[in-house]
Design a binder for this molecule. Structure first.
Ligand code: SAM
Ligand code: FES
Length: 347
């Protein structure tokens, strides 16, 4: 099995059956071997720097009804909120002073935020903080909308593909959403010139090893600049409330594999990973990740952006999160980089 890791390390690729064998045959010793290689690759390209992205969760209104998601439209329990442009700029100001040079605007698919409103927000941030990168994570839009956001100054876009297996996709989403359109959006974003991130939840309901192999093959072929993966965690007001969460162990193993597949990829150790284990994010970095995304949302709305139960950091101020992460990263020999942290191909 170590030969498969050596092959992945040397070539960045495996055959589908080999990915399956590696995932199903994993054990703690093999995982440690994989993480050593993954760290080696990460250090070669990015040293001990970990990039921070300031996450601004600016709306929890959503027209979609993804079965796993705590802010899906049919969750009547969710208390809805939207930040104003001024509040968003206030988050950026706090974030800038804390050393953030990337702002990630994330939200549900909220009709209130028309293209014109988004363009206004993006250009306002850009004119006040020309040295910062803006990442959007606001779901599926038309080519035209994406182009307008790009022209206004947004340079990166996160859109997890969620699962590359069409049947699995059906089990996680209602009819009106399709993997085909999700993939089309990713292609559009790339063509327009965004640095693009795809990704998936680990351990989402009905996920099999074959689904994961499909995910890895899709990621290899699409060759994104960023990959967001984190464990699925149930939310009590969804139909997946009783489903088990994804595991730390499998998430870390997949982070290690992805680092070897795409050596220069920007790979976050996610909040969900920090939620299922107290040192989840540190362990993610030690498995090959090199990005963390602390929360910059105002404290008053944090608890309302509950994608899953028990989400961490919902009571903390932005500065607390920032310095807490710095200490955590230093404890594993890494340091927070105050820079935009672009993908190598964009530097
Ligand atoms: N609306 C945008 C979109 O669809 O890309 C961005 C917001 S959406 C809440 C961001 C990500 O949260 C999703 O891509 C999904 O993978 C993740 N997510 C949603 N519910 C989750 C859950 N229960 N556990 C873990 N991650 C979840
Ligand atoms: Fe829209 Fe989750 S269903 S953000």
């Amino acid at each position: 099995m170590k030969q498969l890791i050596d092959k992945l390390y040397e070539t960045g690729d495996l055959a589908p059956a080999e990915y399956r064998e590696l995932i199903d045959g994993r054990n703690p010793e093999l995982a440690e071997y994989l993480f050593e290689k993954a760290r080696d690759v990460r250090i070669r390209h990015y040293g001990y720097d970990v990039y921070i992205r300031g996450l601004i969760e600016f709306t929890n209104y959503c027209r979609n009804d993804c079965y796993y998601c705590g802010i899906r439209r049919s969750n009547r329990e969710a208390e809805r909120y939207r930040l104003t442009k001024e509040q968003i700029l206030e988050c950026c100001s706090t974030g800038y002073d804390l050393g953030f040079r990337t702002f990630v605007l994330q939200g549900g698919e909220d009709g209130y935020f028309t293209d014109d409103r988004m363009v206004d927000i993006i250009s306002s941030i850009k004119s006040e903080y020309p040295d910062c990168a803006i990442t959007l994570s606001i779901g599926e839009k038309s080519h035209e909308s994406y182009k307008a956001f790009f022209d206004a100054g947004a340079e990166r876009y996160l859109l997890r593909h969620e699962t590359a297996d069409p049947e699995h996709y059906r089990k996680l989403h209602p009819q009106e959403l399709s993997l085909k359109n999700r993939k089309k959006c990713l292609q559009d974003l790339k063509k327009i010139g965004f640095q693009v991130g795809c990704g998936f939840m680990v351990g989402s309901p009905y996920q099999t090893t074959d689904c994961l192999v499909e995910d890895l093959l899709f990621i290899k072929e699409f060759s994104p600049h960023m990959v967001g993966i984190g464990p699925f965690i149930p939310h009590h007001a969804t139909q997946f409330a009783e489903k088990p969460a994804g595991t730390l162990e499998l998430t870390l193993f997949l982070l290690g594999i992805i680092r070897l597949m795409l050596p220069t990829v920007l790979l976050p150790a996610t909040t969900a990973l920090g939620t299922i284990h107290p040192r989840g994010r540190e362990l993610g970095i030690l498995a090959g990740a090199n990005v963390v995304m602390p929360n910059l949302s105002p404290r008053s709305v944090r608890k309302k952006y509950m994608l899953y139960d028990n989400k961490i950091c919902t009571g903390d101020e932005a500065a607390e999160c920032r310095y807490c992460l710095e200490r955590r990263l230093e404890s594993i020999g890494c340091r927070v980089a105050v820079s935009r942290g672009d993908h190598k191909s964009f530097q």
